[in-house]
Design a protein around this ligand. Sequence first.
Ligand code: FEO
Length: 171
Amino acid sequence: MFNKKLEKLLNEQLGMEAQASSAYLAIASWCEINGLEGAAAFFYKQSDEERVHMLKLFRFINERSGHAIMPALTKPTTTFKNIQEIMTLFLSQERKVTESVNKLVYIANQEKDYTTLNFLQWYVSEQHEEETLAKTLLDKIKLIGLQGSGLYLIDKEIGQHASASTQDTAE
Ligand code: FEO
């Protein structure tokens, strides 16, 4: 029998991933219409990845005889000041998700639900990767700056991460 407390928390996590997917899609669109091709490609990919994170939760909850429920989403922010603001938002969003995953790990352990605990390990590594990437990109923006050709260089750098491995989306 699937632990009801965990079923509820995993459903909340599913909602967080859906919200992140929607937020990154809105960012991608803004970048695209503002000439930031690299950042647009990167956030379209991030949005896809968040959808994969969401789907993994759907399947897991239902496989365990729970009921995965698609929640209502809030409208994401659609306009931004610049790429530095976007990357700051990206980092803080990922930190929130990490906090939530850590809380889930703690409760799965408390409830002795080792299947869920094992399932969550994938999210723990994924969050580590995403947070590190967000932090690295934000540091580069601060280092290079957005003046002159800085913005062009930054956009190119971010775009390189869009063509990185898409292994996650194949799962
Ligand atoms: Fe799936 Fe980036 O949190």
